[in-house]
Structures are given as structure tokens and as C-alpha cells.
Design a protein around this ligand. Sequence first.
Ligand code: TRP
Length: 447
Amino acid sequence: MKRTGFATRLGAIAATVGSAVGLGNIWRFPYQAGENGGGAYILVYLLCVLLLGVPIMMSEFVIGRSTHKSMKGAIEQLSPGSPFKFFAYVGVLGALLICGYYSVVCGWVIEYLWSSVSGTLLNHTPEQYSEIFTTFVGTPQRCVMWTLLFLVLNFLVLNRGIEKGVERISNVMMPVLFVLLIVFCVNSLMLPDSDDGLEFLFEVDFDDLGWKGVVDAMGQAFMSLSLGVTCLITYSSYFKDDSNLMKDAVTISMLDSLVAILAGIVIFPAVFSFGLEPNAGPKLIFEILPTIFQQLPGGTIWAVLFFVLLFFASITSTISLSEIPITFMIDEYNISRIKAIIITAVLMTIVAVLSALSFSTLSDVKLLDRNIFDFLDFVGPNFFMLLGGLVTAIYVGWFLNKDIIHNQLTNGGAHRSRFVQPYIIFSLRYIAPVAIILIFLYYVGII
Ligand code: TRP
């Protein structure tokens, strides 16, 4: 079957940025930073992006673009007979689980968009916002309804194909979101006592962190950059052969981290200015944002605009997650795109509905002491993505032919890579495996 591709270089980058920038940056990063004490967590997060994230992103690009296949076919072509190909299944499973629970948060975004449009969102106290959120997630019908609506939209876009669906949305929405975040940053920085928020974000104190914080920061870096579950292998399999993988990986990682930090600068000055708690967990932005919007002139318009953009940021991410099982099935079993979409949709809907119900009907179901949603929010990034990242790093660092890596990173010598390439190889061989294995040792209680 002939594969489509991204139409332009900018489109390919925009779609990959679209995958990276999502609820991970705007919802998950602030709440994780808030739970882990701020500054030190953010420092470790940025180190993980630099030391592990960028090299692993490049190695996913090398695998995908050199073969124009998703993981299993790619490994079969690059290293015939190698058992590494079986990790493709782990990636597919990880993507289904992650996209399942992630869609629930997308459903929350639609609920907040809906109440902004209908004019009921604003004019409450911060305490009331906390209650409103808790009541909402405790209402099974409403949560499930929005989640299902989101999934329908997600699969409708996917049905239009990579170029028409994904690329067009990403090209327009990402830049607008960026500008809006900057506007909100300026607003937050002008709030009284905004300094306390900045101090929380940027003052590094390792006493607040601990091993749990390190694990969370590493998982968050992988989550935010869309690593480890073969998403970027899949996307780069659609890249054109003249794209500059080194430059693209660096640009994408920097833009993605910048969006996360901007989200932090929007949220935390407001948290401290309004006298709220930074460690509110997953509901953090859903309490703070309405409080921010309502002190702005024309609050409703800001709210609608923001939730619309957040919706688009989310759907470009779920599209990339859904594309993993879809492309896998098309490549592996040679079935039609529509069939692959339907199978993926059914499986994802099951996970999504179970997650949506985990604050109400299924709240007593606990895995590792967490409800289903929190469990998936934990094992997705902190297990599946880290495991996938470990496998990718070891495969490319130790097993993949060095000429292939060199040719891909430099496009056959057209770009110079005197420092980048040795750094990447060193990270893939030593830094990333050691760091991730340490985390796994911590899980099993050896550290
Ligand atoms: N990076 C996205 C975010 O921050 C989430 C995401 C999209 C993702 N595609 C992925 C995470 C693939 C892991 C793998 O919101």
C-alpha cells in the first residue's frame, strides 16, 4: 500500500510539535510540579529532556525515517531476526492505555469549554471551583459522554488521513496557542504576590524532591516529548528524506519544554496570588484557570478561547497516539485504514470508559493503591514510556549499524555533526540506560 506523508517540512514539524504539546504540558506538568515541590523537579525535568529526551527522540526518528515503517517492520528491515521488534507490541499496548485515560482529560476540557460557552463557568470562589470539579468527575454520565464525544471527533479526523487531518490542524492551532499562553503569562506576572509563584517554580531545593520526584520528572519528560511508545517512529516514518533530524529534534524539544514552562508561569503565580495550594493534583488547572479568567475583563471570551485551543492541542496529541496502533495494523496485517481505525477505536473506548468511571462508579477499583485513572496516569509515563525509551536507546546505541545512524542524522553527510553525534551515541549507550535502570531498581525497592 502506498503511504502518504506530510506535505511540507514545516507541516511535519508542526504535526510532531502538535503531538508533543498537549495536556502533558498544560495539565500534567503543572500538577506534577506542584506535587513535587516546584524548582528542583523542573530542573530534573529539563535535565531529562536534554540528556535522555533529545537523544531518544533522535533515535526514534532514525528508526522511522530510515525505513518509512512503524517499529516492527522497521526493526525487521534494519536488523533482520532481531528480537527488538517484539517491543512494538509494548508500544501499541502503551499507546492504547495512555490514549484511553488521556481522552478522559480531553473530555474534562470539553466540559469546561461547554460551561464557558454557556456562561456558567465564571463567578465562583476558588473553593467552589474545587467542588465543581469534584462533583463533575463524580457524575458518571457526564464524564463518559464528553469522553465519547472526544473520541468520535478524534477518529473522524484520523479517518481523513495524515496530511489532510493532522497537518492542517497543527499548522494553525499551535502558533495561536503559543501566543495566548504568553498573554496569560503576562497577566499572571502582574497579579499581586506573583513573586511567590516564581520562587516556587524556579528556586531549586532538593529537599522537596526525593526519588519519587525524580521518577515523576523523568516520566513527565518522556510523556511530554511523546517518547517510548513508538509514536515518533510512526510519525517520522512519514517524514521526507531531506528533513534535518538533529535540528528538528532539538527544535521540537525546546518548543515543547518552553510551552510547559509557560504553563507553569501562567498557573503558579495565580496559585499563590489567590492563596491556593500548589499540590492539588490532577484538578489543579481546572481550579486555577477559571479563577484567572474571571479576574480578566471579558473573562468568558478568554475562557472559551483558551479551552478551544487546549482542545486542539489535545486532539493533535491523541491523534498521534491513535496513529500508533493504526499504522501498526496497516503495516503488519495489511488491513484497510478504516478497519484499523475501527479496531483501535473500540479498544480505546473500553479503556477510556473505565478511566472515566474511576471517580464515580468504579472508584473502589484500586490498582497499586490508585483508581484506574491514576493508575494509568502512573504506569503510562513511568513504566511504558521509560521501558520503551530504554529499549530504543539500547537498540540504537549498541545494535544499530553506525553508518545508518550517521547517514540519517546528517542526511548522508550534508549536515555537520561533529559534537552532536558523539553526544547522542554516548547518551544512548550509557546515560539513558543507566538512568532508566536506576529508576526501575527504585521501583522494585533495591534503591
Ligand atoms: N506528548 C503529549 C502531551 O504532552 C502526549 C502524547 C502524545 C504522547 N503522543 C504521545 C505521549 C506518544 C507518549 C507517547 O500531551
